[in-house]
Design a protein around this ligand. Structure first.
Ligand SMILES: C[S@@+](CC[C@H](N)C(=O)[O-])C[C@H]1O[C@@H](n2cnc3c(N)ncnc32)[C@H](O)[C@@H]1O
Length: 520
């Protein structure tokens, strides 16, 4: 007998627990340990305290398996308040804290195991320590290095990342509601945030117009969101802070502390929350992002696999046709980076629609979003197209699909005659990128019109400065340089800048090259 708890009874509970563990029946496993914990509490003795600690530790594992790290953490803390040197609990607590994005505290737990010495230096602990150190560094600095994964051709599991909030803050942004702003100067490729989706819906669609496949993917995504918000009040609070598209006036500007790593995005052991499903669906309509949109790059994904997802902090990023940021998706993680240099105080924007299209096309696409873009580029284009009939006529002819080479020449001449400034030429060239692309891409057209228009590098550079980096432009610059059109180191440096702007600073130089290859 152990002060009230019989050895036989304990043995029976242990055997049941092993059977449930093998069956991976975590609900019954957790219930069984709840029963044992109440037995231990009823018969307090020093022997039962040992049993209590290991029961709490095991129940914590059960909670973790059930996706409830908050309850797991509570059990770990209870166990450690009785035995602060309980190795298994310290390891469990370290893992739970990692899951909650509390890397510095997780490191403390795992280091404590290492210094306790009893079994603390084995491979598992070393691996855990290394992983935790990496994640802690990412969450503090935003420095990620996916070189190994990229160079291996994206083999194996998607790399683990950590939440990072860079030099950004949410502020009121006039007619657009709230927006994300930079708090210090950054150069192109700088990582602005790393954040995990509240939920994603994935599907292999036969083609872009596979409506049935899209419906299934959307339903699956909505179900995941609803199940998360039903279980977790904090996730619901965050989602309810997002725009539902009805009015941009008087929207609350959330405190940046609401976006601290992962907190709140997990189920708590509280009762289920009442959810206004209609409101959540409206929020999803306005804030859901697709992974494969033009201002996003998906790393390491099978072609054909599509995904939609909700990421909280990126939902505060407004659209601009002259954007300065892009997204890179790695599994359920979204990495937002500067696609060109951005000054402190500037608003961070990415494109909701293809910005390498003429004004009319962009305006048409933005109708589905329910707003008109009033960015500096749109205003400029509206003004010049209104002022200069010849530019307007060129746009009309472009829409009708006339000879693209001739059109590019006319466009360059018209810009010269209309005294369009160099930076603003980038806006117009971006609008007619398809025409420039077909000239630079075709040897015949390049021979025919090449001497009458600026070279690819100049055009690419002006577009880069006006609307940020873009994979399609990078692709053309790289393919041209392979065909012998390169001028050595300078060109390499230019390509690296374009690559950094397109993918963000996520790999070393060598891997960037592989990424460029893999991207195409
Ligand atoms: C993903 S939210 C962006 C954040 C939003 N401004 C907020 O306060 O929550 C998308 C909504 O923001 C507004 N929005 C985004 N970009 C805009 C723009 N360039 N001009 C006007 N409204 C914009 C539109 O109401 C759009 O439906």
């Amino acid at each position: 007998m152990q002060g009230g708890l019989g050895e036989e009874e304990l043995q029976e509970i242990r055997s049941k627990a092993t059977a449930l563990l093998l069956k991976e029946d975590w609900v019954q496993y957790t219930n069984l340990y709840t029963h044992l914990i109440s037995l231990c509490n009823r018969h307090d003795s020093s022997a039962n305290r040992k049993t209590l600690v290991s029961a709490l530790s095991n129940r914590a594992d059960g909670w973790s398996r059930l996706g409830n790290p908050v309850a797991a953490l509570k059990d770990c803390d209870l166990a450690l308040s009785i035995d602060p040197a309980h190795v298994k609990t310290l390891i469990s607590k370290g893992k739970v804290l990692m899951e909650l994005g509390q890397y510095a505290s997780a490191l403390e737990c795992i280091r404590a195991v290492k210094y306790l010495g009893n079994g603390g230096t084995n491979e598992t602990i070393r691996g855990l320590l290394e992983k935790c150190q990496n994640l802690e560094a990412i969450s503090r600095t935003g420095i990620v290095d996916l070189s190994g994964w990229v160079l291996s051709g994206f083999a194996g599991k998607v790399p683990e990342l950590a939440d990072y909030v860079g030099p950004i803050e949410v502020r009121a942004s006039g007619h657009t509601g709230r927006g994300l702003f930079l708090t210090k100067n950054v150069d192109e490729g700088s990582i602005l945030m790393i954040t995990k989706a509240v939920a994603t819906g994935r599907g292999i669609l036969s083609n872009k117009s596979d409506e049935q496949g899209q419906m299934v993917m959307w339903k699956n995504f909505v179900d995941k969101i609803l199940s998360t918000v039903e279980k977790c009040e904090k996730s619901l609070d965050l989602i309810l802070k997002l725009s539902n598209g009805e009015s941009n006036t008087d929207l609350e500007v959330p405190d940046m502390s609401s976006f601290k790593p992962n907190l709140g995005l997990f189920a708590s052991d509280k009762a289920r929350t009442e959810v206004d499903v209609g409101h959540v669906l409206k929020v999803l309509d306005v804030n859901t992002l697709t992974e494969e949109s033009v201002s996003a790059k998906v790393l390491g994904l099978n072609s054909g696999c599509r995904a939609v997802g909700l990421w909280i902090l990126p939902s505060f990023v407004n659209h601009s046709c002259s954007p300065n940021a892009r997204r890179v998706h790695v599994g359920d993680w979204l990495i937002l980076h500067a696609s060109r240099d951005i000054k402190a105080g500037e608003e961070v924007t990415f494109a909701y629609v293809d910005v390498l299209r003429p004004l009319k096309d962009r305006q048409e696409s933005l109708k589905t979003w329910g707003f008109e873009c009033k960015c500096v580029r749109c205003k400029f284009e509206e003004k010049v197209l209104g002022l200069f009939r010849e530019l307007r006529e060129i746009e009309d002819r472009f829409v009708k699909g006339s000879d693209l080479g001739c059109l590019v020449v006319k466009l360059e001449e018209a810009m010269r005659r209309c005294l369009v400034k160099e930076r603003e030429k980038g806006y117009i060239r971006a609008s007619f990128w398809t025409a420039y692309n077909s000239v630079f891409e075709s040897e015949r057209l390049a021979r025919k019109w090449g001497r009458k228009i600026p070279g690819l590098v100049r055009v690419a550079q002006s577009i880069f400065e006006a609307v940020g980096a873009d994979e399609r432009i990078l692709k053309l610059v790289v393919s041209r340089s392979k065909n012998g059109g390169n001028d050595g180191l300078d060109e390499m440096e230019r390509m690296m800048r374009l690559a950094r702007g397109t993918y963000g600073k996520v790999t070393k130089k060598q891997a960037f090259k592989a990424l460029i290859e893999a991207g195409f």
